[in-house]
Write a protein that binds this ligand. Structure first.
Ligand SMILES: *[C@@H]1O[C@H](CO)[C@@H](O)[C@H](O)[C@H]1NC(C)=O
Ligand SMILES: *[C@@H]1O[C@H](CO)[C@@H](O)[C@H](O)[C@H]1NC(C)=O
Ligand SMILES: *[C@@H]1O[C@H](CO)[C@@H](O)[C@H](O)[C@H]1NC(C)=O
Length: 425
């Protein structure tokens, strides 16, 4: 990559707390607005006018993707040095995981398996302007290997792979990870792996967990010792959706589970944790919900309202105020979730300091990540509330959360210039 950062002057207003729409109104009258900034405004206006569906269609169908990639590259290049991204939703498929998938019947959600390598991750990160990614397995994760010794070994191998990649690779300073755990129904195996991550290895920034195991939501009594142990270590939990009960592909006889069921699974898990009182018992645990909280911002108020029904209230462990406070504790990533409906929903439901950037690489194809990042940028520049969600805000949220939960591996604030120099040296 060339070093284009001298072109970034003129973007100062974007980094300040000035609502960007004020800048939009008369972009040409500001003497300090660079050509790149004008271009960004034009592009943002164009993108804001496009619903996601058309955007994706354009990206995918008409060789437009090269043009848009160039546009995205320009956005990245002209971005202020302080606004590179931190991606907390970035998946890997290391060799031992692929072997376990192969040996156990393959990807069970009906979603096509992406190809992956560390080089592909880095290339995607450079493209969208990500300086740091926190690696994790997606679902089914280690549970693909069952609930016995084979799965325990797989979890350990994956965590050692993560440990190596984030300390020994030549890009280690840009990588962290959420440790893999066995299926929680193997309670002892899960406790042992948590101990390994926090006492022996001490590199992970948290653990990843599925929204349910064997159809059991996470407040289940069997899982209580796991929550207790996570609380003892003040762990960060990256909650990843998994399939709901029912036949895979039962929607329209074809739709992979992630499309509709995953946001619902996230919603069920979040509501279960809060209303069961389990979340209240683990005040030192932070939880990241994937994909803008699934449908939680959309129906959370309906859940809170249900506590006004005496028959419901008498059976759950929290009152209306406690439930509202519990929901506010969640962090949310923006993986594949940057439509105005999703971003406005989050801003209605939670505080901007709980929102993180996520890409869902490589399950999200690069063209989809490009489209959704550009759509997010368009919201930031065009919506009256966009200034609340600038990339600076998202990056600071992520760094603050990671620093709160760090062990032996620490992330510094780094400038884009240093990152790119690191890449080309
Ligand atoms: C991690 O690195 C160590 C030391 O280089 C090596 O022995 C081990 O096999 C590696 N583990 C994985 C899972 O890559
Ligand atoms: C889990 O470990 C405890 C104590 O370490 C032991 O008493 C118990 O039998 C184990 N449970 C299983 C299912 O292995
Ligand atoms: C890191 O090493 C790989 C080969 O293992 C190489 O292709 C890549 O260019 C290196 N990256 C940097 C930043 O040195």
């Amino acid at each position: 990559m060339p070093a284009p950062f001298s072109a970034k002057k003129g973007l100062a207003t974007r980094e300040s707390l000035t609502p960007p729409h004020e800048e939009e109104e008369e972009p040409y009258s500001r003497s300090h607005v660079s050509q790149a900034s004008v271009w960004k405004s034009v592009l943002a206006g164009f993108l804001a006018a496009f619903p996601t569906v058309l955007l994706l269609f354009l990206f995918k169908s008409f060789s437009m993707s090269k043009l848009f990639s160039a546009a995205l590259a320009m956005l990245v290049m002209t971005r202020s040095t302080s606004s590179w991204r931190v991606d907390t939703h970035h998946h890997v498929l290391p060799p031992m995981y692929l072997e376990a998938m192969e040996a156990n019947g393959g990807e069970p959600t009906g979603y096509p398996m992406p190809s992956w390598s560390l080089e592909q991750s880095l290339s995607s990160m450079n493209k969208v302007g990500t300086s740091i990614s926190i690696l994790s397995l997606s679902v089914p994760g280690v549970a693909i290997a069952g609930t016995g010794m084979e799965a325990r070994t797989l979890a350990r191998d994956v965590n050692d792979y993560f440990g190596n990649a984030t300390t020994e690779s030549n890009v280690s300073e840009r990588l962290g990870f959420f440790g893999a755990l066995p299926d929680w129904r193997d309670v002892n195996g899960t406790l042992a792996e948590i101990d390994y991550l926090y006492e022996a290895q001490q590199l992970a920034h948290g653990v990843s967990a599925s929204t349910s195991y064997g159809g059991q939501l996470l407040s289940h009594d069997d899982f209580a010792p796991i929550w207790q142990r996570l609380n003892d270590y003040h762990a960060l939990v990256f909650l990843h959706p998994t399939s709901l009960p029912g036949e895979p592909g039962s929607i329209a006889g074809a739709l992979p589970d992630p499309i509709v069921d995953f946001p619902l699974a996230t919603t069920r898990a979040a509501v279960d944790l809060v209303l069961s009182g389990r979340f209240g018992q683990v005040p030192d645990v932070d939880v990241i919900l994937s994909h803008a909280g699934g449908t939680l911002p959309y129906i959370g108020t309906r859940v809170i309202g249900s506590l006004a029904i005496p028959e419901v209230r008498s059976k759950v462990q929290v009152d209306i105020l406690q439930a509202a406070a519990g929901f506010k504790r969640f962090y949310h990533d923006l993986a594949l979730s940057s439509t105005p409906a999703q971003l406005n929903g989050l801003l209605d439901f939670t505080e901007p300091d709980k929102i993180l950037f996520g890409s869902d690489f490589p399950y999200a194809a690069q063209y989809a990540i490009d489209a959704l990042v550009l759509q997010y940028e368009a919201f930031v520049r065009s919506s009256p509330r966009g200034y609340k969600l600038t990339n600076d805000v998202l990056r600071r949220n992520a760094l603050r959360l990671l620093q709160k939960h760090q062990q032996g591996k620490k992330f510094e604030e780094r400038t884009a210039f240093e990152v790119v120099n690191g890449l080309v040296s």
